[in-house]
Design a protein around this ligand. Structure first.
Ligand SMILES: *Cc1c(COP(=O)(O)O)cnc(C)c1O
Length: 355
């Protein structure tokens, strides 16, 4: 506390990201990054933009990321005006809270979900209801069919990994015609159904995606929102009242190149999905309960071993997994699917610790 702080800052509860270890080569299974590098075309595009002398860097980037948005639009069969690009989907989500989710009636999201949501609600003074998930961590559809101030769902959900079907999402969107339904699809490419196909039909649906997970570009900070042109205009109004240039030149060309290499993207996703199933079976053999996952991580609980202690013992061996000290999930660990070698090292370490 400090008397110079504003009221808002005194009340904030900032989001705590997973640890980024200082050592160069830990086994890092705690922040859901992709274990594989981005497409070689990304490296080439960044090098081309940089050139010999970095000549382009003295100029501001395109404030609207037009070429990137055109590429992404063509990829999804949409119009560029239906796409907003921001500095990571975290920034896109923050603008969404400001632009579309602050109303008199409370915003609804699950009690167990991406822990940035309540943080944004506090920062932007958005009232919300955290709706309890069922005991198996599934979303109870009927909790989101009333008329709320807005609905925000991660699909697949984090940190559980569970996914809703497209039919369920359409039902929620239909049941909330007077408020915005936001679907955060950070992990959708690892096995869930995207709601992008619905945005032409529903003016109240906003889909948020990122290049951080399935496209291996967490370090570049590029995220998107997809929706009706008027929803996108709302986000642009907030952006242009905050920072006109959220995406730097290298981020724009890197993300564009990533969308131009579908083969790399698809084989990368398939690789992670195959490794996820292999890791799931190995963990189940070791006595873990594993929540069904459509994401690039597994949410697991050991029948007898304490989760926080387990995370600590793994960290002593330079293996990082995520433990949340939160009600209902403090006996669980969230484990990112790594390379097969990393998963094998995790399983070997767990075998030693559990014995
Ligand atoms: C990782 C993640 C994000 C943030 O992604 P960035 O684009 O890297 O900011 C958003 N939502 C969920 C549910 C995530 O897990």
């Amino acid at each position: 506390m400090c008397r110079y702080w504003s009221d808002v800052v005194q009340r904030l509860v900032p989001y705590i990201p997973g640890e980024q270890p200082a050592r160069a080569d830990p086994i890092k299974l705690n922040t859901n990054e992709n274990p594989y590098p981005p497409s070689p075309r990304v490296i080439a595009a960044v090098a081309r933009e940089l050139g010999q002398l970095g000549e382009s860097l003295r100029r501001y980037p395109d404030p609207l990321a037009r070429r990137l948005r055109e590429t992404v639009a063509a990829h999804h069969g949409l119009k560029p005006e239906q796409i907003f690009a921001g500095n990571g989907s975290d920034e896109v989500l923050a603008h969404t809270f400001r632009a579309l989710l602050k109303h008199e009636k409370p915003l609804r999201f699950p009690d167990i979900t991406y822990s940035f949501y309540p943080t944004y609600a506090l920062l932007y003074d958005v009232c919300y209801e955290a709706i309890p998930l069922a005991d198996d961590f599934s979303i109870r559809l009927e909790d989101y069919l009333g008329d709320a101030g807005g609905v925000l769902l991660a699909n697949p959900n984090a940190p559980t990994g569970r996914a809703l079907s497209l039919a369920d999402i359409e039902q929620i969107v239909t049941a909330n015609p007077s408020s915005v339904v936001v679907i955060d699809e950070a992990y959708v490419d690892f096995g869930a159904q995207s709601a992008l196909s619905l945005i032409d039909h529903y003016p109240n649906l906003l889909v948020v995606q990122t290049t951080s997970k399935a496209r291996s570009l967490a370090g570049m900070r590029v995220g998107f929102a997809f929706g009706h042109v008027l929803l996108i205009e709302a986000l642009n109004r907030v952006k242009d009242s905050f920072n006109s240039y959220p995406l730097d030149r290298l981020a724009q060309v890197a993300a564009q190149a990533a969308y131009e290499d579908d083969d790399h993207f698809l084989s990368n996703c398939q690789h992670v999905i195959t490794s996820r199933e292999r890791l799931r079976q190995a963990l189940e053999r070791q006595g873990f309960d594993v929540v069904p996952s459509a994401a690039n991580f597994l949410f697991v609980r050991h029948a007898s071993f304490h989760a926080e202690a387990l995370a600590k013992r793994l960290k002593d061996r330079d293996i990082f997994v995520r433990h949340f000290k939160l009600p209902r999930i403090d006996r669980h660990l969230r484990i990112t699917v790594g390379t097969d070698d990393e998963c094998d090292a995790l399983i070997a370490a767990l075998r030693e610790i559990l014995d």
